[in-house]
Design a protein around this ligand. Structure first.
Ligand code: PBG
Length: 325
């Protein structure tokens, strides 16, 4: 071994305190956004079968859930409504007394320190399960924008701090920005699902939100997983239209895209660690095949390393607990 030259990288890995000195990425509780599914009815706290540890809650359990989050140090939630009644035009999405509007109002009244993000889409509210208006089997773009804007404005009126449109119609940020401004919500930011792929990783969510398309799929509006440049074009449009945050979704299989979006734009980037990513870890952990805590921390750290500033994750409560240990 006398004459060889090499670098001693292991010097910086000798002890935990040495490793912590050179750690480049830090996961914090304030990075986390917790998704919550609110249902109509009373006394409901029902586990979603494909998502162990994730629940449908009715309004009477909602405040308790939110207080738990605050006590764990999580400061933001994204609210999904699961309405009892669906129709062709998703009326319950933009109805003042809709489940999501009620939930937002209640959280802002009873747990005002939480930042409430409203997911703005129609798929949970339409009987066909698509994210827009359907005519002759086609998902209409411009006609859908009107209803999505109405939805966003009703959510802002209910008190939402941030509007997060997830529908992937073209022009949705421009339309919603204009609608919010005209309704007096100039200061309500838009967290756009700028880059959203047509992904099989959403399977368990569609169980949770009862939002599977009743015919066809979402490939005519969500993106092809094979595309990278298209993601840049999507994000570019949203930035130009006024998006304040850019979501990349799903997270894990799209870390390359996350990095690129972070490098090219100056907006905060949000990773959506989606339902399928959650359920796969849960299933493996329940079988004893992986160490849940370690794998969750590794996975979320990888998203931050890839450029995410914030992470929407069903693991938010667990991670907040791990980080307190
Ligand atoms: C609504 C929406 C979806 C998700 C978030 N908002 C489902 C979809 O596009 O089918 C998926 C979230 C997850 O899988 O955790 N459009």
């Amino acid at each position: 071994m006398d004459n060889i030259q090499f670098n001693r990288h292991r010097r910086l890995r000798t002890t935990e305190s040495m490793r912590s000195l050179v750690r480049e990425t830090h996961l914090q509780k304030t990075d986390l956004i917790y998704p919550i599914f609110v249902v109509e009815g009373e006394q409901i706290k029902k586990e979603v079968p494909s998502m162990p540890g994730v629940y449908h809650v009715s309004l009477d359990y909602l405040t308790e859930e939110m207080n738990e989050l605050v006590s764990l140090g999580v400061r933001s939630v994204i609210v999904f409504g699961v309405p009892a009644h669906k129709d062709e035009k998703g009326t319950q999405a933009y109805c003042e007394t809709g489940i999501v509007q009620k939930a937002i109002r209640q959280i802002k009244e009873e747990v005002p320190s939480l930042t409430v993000i409203a997911d703005t889409c129609l798929c949970q509210y339409t009987d066909h399960g698509h994210c827009g208006i359907v005519q002759d089997g086609e998902i209409l773009n411009d006609e859908s924008l009107e209803l999505l804007t109405e939805t966003a404005v009703s959510q802002a009126k209910a008190g939402a701090d941030i509007i997060a449109p997830s529908n992937m119609m073209d022009g949705f940020v421009a339309a919603i920005r204009k609608g919010l401004d005209e309704a007096g919500f100039k200061n309500t930011p838009i967290m756009s699902y700028a880059v959203k792929y047509a992904s099989s990783f959403y399977g368990p969510f569609r169980d949770a939100a009862h939002s599977s398309p009743q015919f066809g799929d979402r490939r005519a509006y969500q993106m092809d997983p094979a595309n990278r440049l298209e993601a840049i074009r999507e994000a570019q449009s949203d930035v130009e239209e006024g998006a304040d945050f850019l979501i990349v979704k799903p997270g894990l299989s799209y870390l390359d895209i996350m990095r690129e979006v972070k490098d090219r734009f100056n907006s905060p980037v949000v990773a959506y660690n989606v339902s399928g990513e959650y359920s796969m870890i849960k299933a493996a952990a329940q079988n004893g095949w992986v160490n849940e805590q370690e794998i969750v921390l590794e996975k979320l750290t990888s998203m931050k390393r890839a450029g995410a500033d914030l992470i929407i994750t069903y693991f938010a409560k667990d991670v907040a607990r791990y980080l307190s240990e």
